[in-house]
Write a protein that binds this ligand. Structure first.
Ligand code: NAP
Length: 314
């Protein structure tokens, strides 16, 4: 939604060319009515929104529902219409709350899919060192938060770099180490020294950079055979790299966009079995306050990676 409001990386309202667009691609819905051809879902089912739009021939999303997929309606609608493969039925009597599933739906599934690619790619060269010497490091953000906990659950040492104390405390509670981010060259040198110390002088094995604000530092901190992995871009879309240095260090670059359905289903199953989900605040933002929430989030005034808004009462 932030990308939609800022019109970056594309003005989706112009691109879609529709009279009205309802955005929003993370949430939980209840089915009111099913089309006659739908076999796997029924009225009353509670589902997570699996926000794929148009898929390629292998089931990977090209576009995203409630964002750049033409004709789709996002979760800011009080009632919306979805294709059956845009919903994943939640486990009955789930150990997780609906609010946790709502927070899970976009970022955790993105994190899961990116982790599958990044970890497998690292293992093609470093299998014998997985998981204990696979140091996973990420800049802040909800997707990194989810992915670092997942890495930790797979036995990898994981580190979040964050400027916000509340984020560092939250990730520490999940068993992941947090390092403070501060600006300026002194802050960068301190950060590099801390990362080298934490990784036995080798650097990060897998660096999750969904932000792009300090690509130079990301590359400096990456180990040999390292994987730089991303699903997003907050500040810079173009990263200059030295091809020679990357070849000599045998590094790999991984890019992913949301997830194929197989990863969505696996992520939900893993989350239910292992309790892999964010803590969410007891209070949800009301429908009328969503625009304030959006501006506050963009301005960094919300300390919580996973604020929840409520469109309809559950
Ligand atoms: N392709 C996909 O399917 C997909 C899915 C989800 C997200 N994304 C993209 O991935 C990116 C991250 O999304 P998200 O939801 O994880 O992020 P987010 O929660 O919105 O990230 C905000 C956080 O980024 C960190 N940050 C901000 N400026 C920074 C800077 N200059 N240097 C380092 N860290 C900085 C801050 O964390 P601290 O306060 O903790 O430092 C901030 O709280 C976005 O561009 C998003 O669109 C893509």
């Amino acid at each position: 939604m932030e990308h939609a409001l800022l019109g970056s990386p594309m003005n989706l309202f112009k691109q879609r060319g529709e009279r009205e667009v309802v955005v929003g691609n993370a949430g939980v819905v209840r089915i009111l009515r099913c089309g006659a051809a739908v076999r796997d879902l029924k009225e009353g089912d509670v589902c997570l929104v699996f926000c794929v739009g148009d898929l390629d021939d292998y089931g990977y999303p090209r576009t995203i529902l409630g964002f750049d997929s033409p004709g789709t309606m996002g979760v800011l609608a009080k009632r919306a219409r979805f294709r059956h493969d845009q919903l994943i039925r939640l486990p009955e009597k789930s150990a997780l709350s609906l609010r946790q599933w709502a927070a899970f739906s976009l970022r955790y599934i993105t994190a899961y899919s990116n982790w599958i690619s990044a970890s497998q790619v690292w293992r093609t060269q470093m299998e014998d060192a997985f998981p204990h010497e696979c140091h996973v490091v990420g800049w802040g953000g909800g997707v990194s938060f989810a992915q670092l906990e997942l890495a930790h659950m797979h036995g990898c040492p994981a580190t979040l770099i964050s400027a916000t104390e509340a984020h560092r405390t939250a990730i520490n509670r999940r068993g992941v180490v947090a390092i403070e981010r501060s600006s300026g060259s002194e802050g960068d040198e301190r950060l590099i020294a801390q990362l080298l110390e934490r990784t036995g002088g080798r650097g990060a094995s897998i660096f999750i950079d969904n932000i792009g604000a300090n690509f130079r530092l990301t590359m400096r901190a990456l180990a040999r055979q390292g994987v730089i992995t991303t699903c997003g871009w907050r500040e810079n879309m173009v990263f200059p790299i030295s091809r020679a240095a990357e070849c000599i260090a045998r590094r790999t670059h991984v890019f992913t966009h949301y997830a194929p359905r197989k990863h969505g289903l696996e992520a939900v199953e893993f989350a239910e079995a292992r309790g892999w989900a964010p803590d969410v605040a007891a209070q949800a933002f009301a429908w009328e306050d969503i625009d304030q929430l959006a501006s506050a989030y963009i301005n960094g005034a919300i300390d919580d990676y996973f604020p929840i808004f409520e469109v309809n009462k559950p």
